[in-house]
Ligand binder design. Structure first.
Ligand SMILES: [Zn+2]
Length: 77
């Protein structure tokens, strides 16, 4: 599972927002614009606030990986 990467921290800051603890299922809209990671398989996507989080183009999950569920890892307004 790859991590999101960055180089310069100038425009990044840590947040304690509950938004980063929220798990959003497939078919629900993204609560924030940013980068989301699937809790099951580690696949990452970029999404825009209000857009439906995709099952499209998502690798097939094994039974052990369970449902596709998205967690925000980097967000912006
Ligand atoms: Zn996945």
């Amino acid at each position: 599972m790859a991590n999101a990467i960055y180089k310069h921290t100038t425009h990044l800051e840590q947040s304690n927002s509950d938004a980063f603890d929220t798990i959003t299922p497939v078919g629900h809209s993204a609560p924030y614009s940013g980068i989301y990671r699937c809790k099951g398989c580690g696949h990452m996507i970029s999404s825009t606030k209000g857009h439906t989080l995709p099952p499209q183009n998502h690798p097939q999950h094994s039974t052990a990986q369970g449902q596709i569920r998205w967690q925000l890892i980097v967000g912006h307004d």
